[in-house]
Design a protein around this ligand. Structure first.
Ligand code: ISE
Length: 334
């Protein structure tokens, strides 16, 4: 059997998933692409036999769809997710689940009421070989207790209109999830400091910013988020243990000496830095839908990270250490 997938939103990430489903993913095919921009939807399916373009999710579902990849901007997710949960359609929802904890909790509650996990959130770092190995090292305890995490999250640039809120909701949300994934703990507080800014940031954006995350057991994780860093796409993490230090790096395995430079190239963008992670994420999602055994980051992970984002945005204004408030975790996610 082959899973009939509708990709909703044919923007940057939607287009990437359409190509992946078409050329890499096994046991699934893109049969529908939905975009409010009809021409964009049509262009996205033009080269895919058996795929049709739609402007609404309902029209795509009416034609027969087994599962959905939701790749619209986060503020459009809740209105799409609630009816999909109602119909029992599995969804791989790009991050963030929703932009704020209130709407994320509504999604969690709808899923809990439905009584089964239908939503996986697109936190692709959980599928990166380096992050997986680091999680195992932490859980295994060979280097003693984990004490500190240091994250660098750098983008070459961002589109005009990228705001201080978006730097938390769209970018640092990955570190909130990575810290929860690596430690297996909830985050209890977040502090954000906006320091000296680059002149290369769009109007209204402070860049870089420094984020301090604290987990339930007291692990401190610091993040340099720097989205107009020019140098390329760089997502690295170092972990300090009682007896050693471990590093996850996206740099190429091979060191090259050429053009009077000695070093390891880094990626230009997230599509290449995390290509293997995205491929694995989508394959494991497809297989989990086919077997009916949900795996991967859940709507609860989407909600918990949304609560961290709310604390982060509050701290951008206050500069204070802001507590992360979480609702009680429904039994479905225990
Ligand atoms: C983007 O939406 C992503 O998800 C990337 O992984 C992140 O690095 C980037 O900052 C975001 O804008």
């Amino acid at each position: 059997t082959s899973l009939r997938v509708a990709v909703v939103g044919a923007g940057r990430m939607g287009a990437d998933h359409i190509e992946r489903l078409h050329t890499v993913t096994r046991r699934a095919e893109v049969t529908a692409v939905v975009d409010v921009d009809e021409a964009r939807a049509q262009a996205a399916v033009a080269h895919i036999d058996g795929a049709s373009a739609y402007t609404t999710i309902e029209d795509a579902l009416a034609a027969g769809v087994d599962a959905v990849i939701l790749a619209t901007p986060g503020f459009l997710h809740e209105e799409a997710l609630l009816p999909l949960i109602e119909r029992g359609i599995p969804v791989l929802c790009e991050k963030p689940l929703t932009p704020d904890p209130e709407s994320a909790l509504r999604v969690v509650e709808a899923e809990a009421a439905a009584g089964r996990r239908l939503i996986q959130v697109g936190f692709m770092r959980r599928y990166d070989a380096g992050y997986r190995a680091l999680r195992e090292l932490i859980a295994g305890g060979d280097q003693g207790e984990l004490l500190l995490l240091h994250h660098q999250h750098r983008n070459a640039d961002v589109p005009p209109g990228f705001t201080n809120q978006m730097i938390i909701h769209d970018s640092v949300v990955h570190e909130f999830d990575a810290v929860r994934f690596l430690t297996g703990e909830e985050i209890v507080s977040v502090q954000v400091r906006r320091g000296k800014s680059t002149s290369l940031a769009p109007e209204g954006l402070n860049d870089p910013q420094r984020v301090m995350i604290e987990t339930a057991s007291g692990v401190l994780a610091d993040v340099e988020i720097f989205v107009c860093a020019q140098l390329g796409y760089q997502v690295d993490t170092q972990a300090s243990f009682e007896r050693g230090v471990a590093s996850v790096s996206g740099a190429a395995a091979l060191e090259l000496t050429a053009d009077r430079t000695k070093g390891r190239p880094i990626d230009a963008s997230f599509e290449t830095r995390f290509k293997d992670a995205y491929d694995l994420e989508v394959q494991e999602w497809v297989d989990s839908v086919l077997t009916g055994e949900p795996a991967g980051p859940s709507a609860w992970d989407g909600y918990a990270t949304a609560a961290c984002c709310a604390a982060g945005v509050a701290s951008q204004e206050s500069g204070a250490i802001e507590p992360v408030q979480l609702a009680e975790r429904p039994a479905l996610y225990r």
